[in-house]
Ligand binder design. Structure first.
Ligand code: AGP
Length: 614
């Protein structure tokens, strides 16, 4: 997500801030900015869209002097990526500047109140709301910066890591965190700030990791002080960082892919935040409110996507057809764009893309648009070409995905498709209210169940070496788990270079069964659902031909172990959400097999993260 850097000391801040921003580049971002207080007392804020290099170029002829400063790389959540929405944000008087990671959930309410008090906003961000609120409190109540931050943080709901400076007090940075990490580095008469330790480790190994709800008062010439939002002084837990840069960037994980697999419970919470109410029984998507008529008049839905996003689309089709009773087709964007498809005026086309830049998906959107369809995007990268080309849409908000093999984007896409299907079903009255509420509730429980599924990591790591010899693998599933079989196979192919195929389990006897022998690992998603007994029969068919079965089963299952060589047990959930849970062991399996084979997991050969060419 976003990156924070700060410096206060006796050196020039700008080079330290820029070097720190470059260190944070691995997180992915869409814009960057810096703020320094010059010796003359000016608070200079400079921002640029795109890479840190653009910011450096922009600052080329500017006054970047000053030995106190804050800097930020932004991954947009509220407001398109632009210099205007980039951080730092000034307060109304230009006395304060803030940088922020996280999401202020009640920003709209606060903004309305501030606007009613005559405050004008210069950006579309939730962050600017916070700095305006702090200044409003400062002026209205005649409080210090620290006191105003304390009062303001009481009023905001959401997650944040912030740093704020006041040009009238160039010896102080106030920083605070809740659910977003923040680290203070302690040097000789200087302090550093970072959203992780990577911008700090060049200068000092003494750091304090701020804890949730704490505020750091960083004053030049004084000891670092950490207090709670209520003002109680906290013990200073100074730690020594003894980790290399690569480790920090990957949050201690060996690869980005593993980190991203483990991030999924948190990502899905972010994806649902503000969309499912706190009681967990109602879903609201802003696109549904803004484009109610267009979405409700859909006679047919066509999903266009590529790769993993296409697999998420196949799950979306089943959700949409079974919950909303709207016919739904799923098309490879690359095929759709060239095959003269029938697109009707009352069609809604859903384009799914993690990167938001996939050339084929973009071309499919343009084609469908020309023919009069209404276009809905499901993307991760805010403000990318695809969300800009669509009529409306929903971001999955899972944060930058760095590993080439898509993991958290897949589960984020399925989550958004689930929420969309639930919204449409409620509006169309195609499912009873009790069932609607039961499904919404279950969706909110998925992050917890994913945590449980992640506990299979050790077992899967031990199993992985058994499969490294394989030249071919088969993945089987039925119903909602069939697209997951395709996704499991794609993950293995991409990063281990083992040929793998996904099949609907019952279709196996129409051909692929001929391939089965004792050298062919077969992974079967056999979780408990309507087709459970049938999948058991399919497993027996594999066993009868000497195939080696690894089955993903629901906890409490006693039947499948009789027929499988290995079983991986997963928490129970509704049939439609099984792919969200069962994707975890399949991602881990592909990951550990690839690691055992010594492959470059995050950067597999011949692949690119963003496929911007046909
Ligand atoms: C998934 O692991 C792949 N790297 C790939 O199939 C990807 O999903 C596909 O290229 C589509 O990308 P997009 O979601 O960014 O459009």
């Amino acid at each position: 997500m976003c990156g924070i850097v700060g410096y206060i000391g006796t050196k020039q801040a700008y080079p330290i801030l820029i070097k720190g921003l470059k260190r944070l580049e691995y997180r992915g971002y869409d814009s960057a900015g810096v703020a320094m207080i010059s010796a003359g007392g000016d608070l200079n804020v400079y921002k640029a869209k795109g890479k840190v290099d653009n910011l450096i170029e922009y600052c080329g002829d500017k006054d970047v002097s000053g030995s106190i400063g804050i800097a930020h790389t932004r991954w947009a959540t509220h407001g398109e990526p632009s210099a205007r929405n980039a951080h730092p944000h000034y307060s109304r008087s230009h006395n304060l500047a803030i940088i922020h990671n996280g999401i202020i959930e009640n920003y709209a309410d606060i903004k309305t109140k501030l606007q009613a008090n005559g405050i004008e906003f210069r950006s579309d961000t939730d962050t600017e709301v916070l700095v305006q609120l702090v200044e409003y409190i400062m002026v209205k109540k005649n409080l210090s910066l620290l006191e105003s931050v304390q009062v303001a943080l009481h009023q905001v709901v959401g997650a944040y890591a912030i740093a704020i400076v006041d040009k009238r007090d160039p010896c102080q940075i106030i920083a605070a965190r809740k659910q977003s990490p923040l680290v203070v580095g302690i040097g000789e008469n200087e302090f550093f700030l970072g959203s992780d330790a990577s911008p700090i480790i060049d200068y000092t190994d003494k750091v304090v990791y701020l804890e949730d709800g704490n505020i750091a008062v960083i004053r030049l010439g004084e000891e670092l002080k950490v207090i709670s939002v209520l003002g109680e002084e906290q013990d200073l837990k100074v730690k020594t960082v003894d980790i290399d840069l690569g480790q920090i960037e990957k949050g201690g994980y060996k690869h980005f892919m593993l980190k991203e697999i483990f991030e999924q419970p948190e990502c899905l919470k972010n994806c649902m935040r503000g969309r499912i109410n706190v009681e967990g029984n109602h879903v609201t998507l802003s696109a549904m409110i803004d484009y109610h008529r267009q979405l409700l008049s859909a006679k047919r839905i066509v999903i266009v996507a590529c790769g993993t996003s296409w697999h998420a689309g196949l799950i979306g089709k089943q959700l949409i057809e079974s919950l909303c009773r709207i016919p739904c087709e799923v098309e490879y964007a690359s095929e759709f764009r060239y095959r003269n498809p029938v697109v009707m005026k009352d069609d809604v086309v859903i384009a799914i893309s993690q990167s938001g830049e996939t050339a084929d998906t973009l071309a499919a959107i343009h084609l469908a648009k020309e023919q009069g369809a209404f276009i809905y995007g499901i993307c991760n990268a805010i403000g990318a070409s695809i969300p800009r080309a669509t009529d409306t849409g929903t971001y999955i908000h899972v944060g930058p995905e760095i590993g080439v093999a898509s993991t958290k984007a897949f589960t984020g896409q399925v989550t958004v498709l689930s929420m969309l299907a639930l919204c449409l079903a409620a509006e169309r009255n195609t499912i009873p209210p009790e069932l609607y509420q039961q499904i919404v509730k279950e969706l909110t429980l998925i992050p917890g169940k994913m945590e449980q599924a992640l506990k299979t990591n050790g077992q899967i790591e031990n199993l992985a070496p058994i499969f490294t010899y394989a030249r071919n693998c088969l993945y089987l599933g039925r119903g909602y788990n069939y697209p997951l079989a395709l996704e499991g196979a794609l993950k293995l192919k991409e990063i281990s270079y083992i040929h793998a195929e996904g099949y609907p389990a019952a279709e196996m006897k129409h051909g692929p069964i001929a391939l089965i022998d004792s050298e062919m690992p077969v992974f079967v998603i056999a979780t408990r659902d309507r087709l459970y007994e049938k999948v058991i029969s399919n497993i027996q068919e594999v066993r009868a031909r000497g195939g080696r079965v690894t089955a993903l089963v629901t906890e409490g299952d006693t039947q499948i172990q009789k027929f499988a060589d290995h079983i991986i047990t997963l928490p129970d959930t509704l049939e439609c959400f099984q792919p969200l849970i069962a994707s975890i062991p399949l991602q881990l399996l592909a990951y550990h097999i690839a690691v055992c084979k010594g492959k470059d997991v995050d950067r597999p050969r011949n692949l690119a993260k963003s496929v911007t060419v046909e």
